[in-house]
Design a binder for this molecule. Structure first.
Ligand code: NAD
Ligand code: ZN
Length: 360
């Protein structure tokens, strides 16, 4: 058995108002390279209070990036990297402020600033050749665990796959629950459910262990407070909890593995462009036979927050589309192995996976 050996975030600041410490936190790093920072900020914040409080200096480059409707692409990272290097040379660091999409852009950009060629060359595990520049993440929507993970997921012409290595992990994360207050209720639900599903999948499979279970159990307790228990809903006490749940759910899956829902979700996102967290919700509701208790509880949360998920999507899909999605999912053997054990190949056949897509 090969035991996982992962790098964690170097430093984490947590607490209401902690975003105000951003400039002081990065000041010592400013001496590196060409003495300026690149800010990658979710376009949602353009013109909002946060954009006036970036604490940037005049030499810094600030990019507001629209993450809707497409998830980050290899092409986007490559052209951003080329533009930044030709404008000002190698920055001291990259600061990402936004959701999972912005976290991934900041992580990928940090690596691609020092690694030559297209990011498509580095989609996969440990393909990156040199450490990137310093990178700091400030999540503004919670659930994906992208703030803690060792991957920067990019959609390329060939595949949707992360730049995955120790150097991908943030040097610093600032967790300020005040920043997630403005998330619209539907996204609050879908993205938070990504954490819930990470934990259910991490727990229900052969790779779970006391370490992944400890993080996952705590994250599930926090999710139940946020989405199910008496004081559930979007409020400041729950925002405090959701931010921590997201990080712990990410650590749970890192030390275990995700499963059937995520394998299908990758197929749906790659072929039809459905957003990760939304795709997970669309799929998870139909996995009662795999994750009985988790799906029952998920449905209670759906009812409680009056979330409407689309049904009968498969009626619009040709067999060709379903086959393409199934092929993407099939090629994630770690997930199927974790979910179904060592004889997973007998269970998770292409036909079985196509049938799962026909449930949606
Ligand atoms: P997102 O970054 O895609 O943002 C979702 C929406 O919320 C956008 O419209 C955004 O503008 C808006 N938003 C963000 N913060 C807001 C705020 N405070 N107030 C109002 N609106 C706000 O959301 P996400 O679900 O966090 O990220 C999804 C992405 O994360 C996908 O691209 C997926 O591939 C990636 N992902 C990465 C990992 C990883 O480990 N690297 C894991 C899971 C998912
Ligand atoms: Zn996920």
């Amino acid at each position: 058995m090969n035991h996982k050996n992962f790098k964690n975030i170097d430093k984490v600041t947590y607490g209401r108002g902690s975003f105000s410490q951003l400039a002081a936190t990065v000041e010592p790093i400013r001496a590196e390279n060409k003495n300026y920072f690149v800010y990658i900020v979710d376009n949602y914040f353009k013109g909002k209070t946060l954009s006036n409080n970036l604490q940037n200096k005049s030499e810094d480059l600030v990019y507001f990036i629209d993450v809707d409707p497409n998830e980050p692409t290899t092409e986007q990272i490559d052209s951003l990297r080329d533009e930044i290097l030709s404008k000002k040379g190698l920055p001291s660091g990259v600061i990402g402020i936004g959701g999972g999409s912005i976290m991934d852009i900041a992580k990928a950009l940090s690596l691609m600033l020092t690694n030559e060629g297209s990011s498509t060359l580095y989609q996969g595990l440990n393909l990156i050749k040199k450490p990137g520049v310093y990178h700091l993440g400030v999540p503004t929507i919670s659930g994906t665990g992208a703030e803690v993970s060792m991957t920067a997921v990019l959609t390329g012409p060939e595949k949707k796959l992360g730049l995955k290595c120790d150097w991908t992990v943030f040097n610093q994360v600032i967790l300020d629950p005040e920043l997630i207050a403005s998330v619209p209720t539907d996204w609050w639900f879908y993205t938070g459910m990504d954490t819930y599903i990470h934990c259910i999948e991490s727990h229900n499979g052969i790779r779970n262990n006391a370490f992944s279970l400890a993080y996952g159990d705590k994250a599930l307790d926090l999710c139940r407070d946020v989405y199910l228990n008496e004081n559930s809903g979007q409020n400041s006490a729950n925002d405090d909890k959701l931010m921590v749940a997201s990080l712990m759910g990410g650590l749970s899956l890192t030390y275990s593995e995700v499963g059937v829902c995520h394998a299908l979700s990758y197929g749906l996102s790659k072929i039809l462009g459905t957003r990760h967290c939304y795709a997970n919700c669309i799929i998870f509701q139909h996995l009662e036979d795999v994750y009985k208790e988790g799906v029952d509880e998920f449905k209670q949360m759906i009812r409680k927050h009056k979330i409407e998920l689309p049904q009968n999507l498969h009626k619009e899909w040709s067999d060709d589309t379903i086959t393409k999605m199934a092929n993407v999912s099939y090629n994630l053997p770690f997930m199927w192995n974790h979910a179904f054990g060592d004889n997973y190949k007998e269970i998770a056949t292409i036909d079985y996976i196509k049938d799962l897509f026909r449930r949606l």
